[in-house]
Design a binder for this molecule. Structure first.
Ligand SMILES: [Zn+2]
Ligand SMILES: [Zn+2]
Length: 377
């Protein structure tokens, strides 16, 4: 016997099936001339080493947090869940791959070679077979990675469990460098910041890397709802692809995002700053230029007065142009009507181009026209 199901019941059933809506939180960092700015987290763990999530979750997290690319980099030498989660060193990548393809996240095949200091921990990206990195001697493991054509970077050089007092460069790192097994260094790993790594990258021609090194779900480690973002690498790529990322890494076109700071080579940060600050308007008043600045990015701009400014120009010592926000400033001077334009010498304190050194910039201010601005004084 068949009984008709009332339409209203069907409706109730259908509307109570939970639909999991996912919203991507775009991270607005501008492109620079000739290059797209891709956001990459090249250091993540899952249950296939000592992380607490399934590989596909890393892809979903990355998509939600506005990333373009990730690498899942399980420890070769440390598999605490091996009994419950068997599978070889390529398994996490193989599981995540179809979901990454479906969601448009570039998934890079990587692994973490995990040794005592020296030399410490290293990530190898663009591997063909991570299983071959299982070697007795760390030299053989990294040699194997190099022979697979990997991009190899030194992880968390300032980690206190391996470098308790000082972030040191060991002779083992010189050996790796000289033998083509060191191509980058993590300047930021989660909240661990190693300013020494900026200097080493500049000296030795290495790429600056930032990563989260997440083991937990990202929402456990970052206040995502409160606007916090994971540490990551900004990759200035010719195209949005794995090949584009590799080319940029090899050419050292990277910068590091952490805690609303960016560290990187001066010319790249200079290009990024030029796309990040808009002089919206400049109006001439009786005793000053009134200036409206706009920041169309998700990274606040912390400006401070640098040395060498023209005598007689009076303006702020420090000012922050908020993310996606405006800031009005005044530059006082003796006779504004006689000035065609002025130049301010500034430092961007949160664009770090060397240990303890912000990006030096010059800002040219030319009044929009000769009409007096509103609030004429
Ligand atoms: Zn590590
Ligand atoms: Zn790690």
């Amino acid at each position: 016997m068949k009984r008709a199901i009332p339409a209203v019941l069907i409706l109730i059933v259908l509307t109570s099936i939970p639909l999991t809506a996912q919203v991507r939180d775009e991270f607005r960092v501008p492109d620079i001339p000739g290059f797209q700015t891709l956001k990459m987290d090249p250091h993540l763990h899952t249950v296939f080493s000592d992380g607490l999530v399934w590989p596909t979750v890393r892809v979903h997290e990355a998509w939600r947090e506005g990333l373009d690319a990730i690498a899942i980099t399980e420890h070769i030498e440390y598999r605490p869940f091996l009994q419950d989660v068997p599978g070889d060193h390529n398994r996490a990548y193989d599981i995540a791959r179809p979901v990454a393809d479906q969601m448009g996240i570039i998934l890079i095949h990587g692994s973490e070679v995990t040794r005592a200091m020296p030399p410490g921990h290293f990530n190898a990206l663009f591997l063909s077979d991570a299983n071959a990195l299982e070697q007795e001697d760390w030299r053989d493991a990294l040699r194997e990675a190099r022979d697979q054509g990997a991009f190899i970077f030194w992880n968390h050089p300032g980690w206190d469990r391996q470098q308790p007092d000082t972030t040191l460069w060991w002779e083992e790192h010189t050996w790796l460098l000289e033998n083509g097994m060191l191509h980058g260094i993590e300047v930021a790993n989660g909240w661990i910041y190693a300013p020494e790594a900026i200097q080493w990258c500049l000296e030795h021609g290495l790429s600056m890397i930032g990563s989260s090194d997440l083991h937990n779900p990202s929402s456990m480690d970052y206040d995502l709802g409160g606007g916090q973002r994971r540490s990551m690498t900004l990759v200035f790529a010719r195209e949005r692809s794995a090949e584009g990322i590799r080319e940029a890494l090899d050419e050292r076109r990277t910068a590091v995002y952490f805690k609303d700071n960016i560290a990187g080579p001066q010319e790249l940060l200079d290009a990024l700053f030029r796309e990040s600050l808009v002089v919206e308007s400049v109006t001439r008043h009786a005793n000053r230029f009134g200036v409206t600045l706009y920041n169309p990015t998700d990274i606040p701009l912390e400006l401070s007065k640098a040395a060498g400014n023209e005598a007689g120009l009076e303006f702020f010592r420090q000012v922050t142009v908020p993310a996606m926000g405006y800031r009005n400033i005044n530059v006082y001077m003796a006779d504004p009507s006689a000035r065609e334009s002025i130049e301010l010498r500034l430092q961007v304190d949160n664009f770090i181009v060397g240990p303890g050194k912000g990006l030096p910039v010059r800002m040219q201010l030319t009044p929009d026209d000769d009409q007096p601005g509103p609030g004429q004084d």
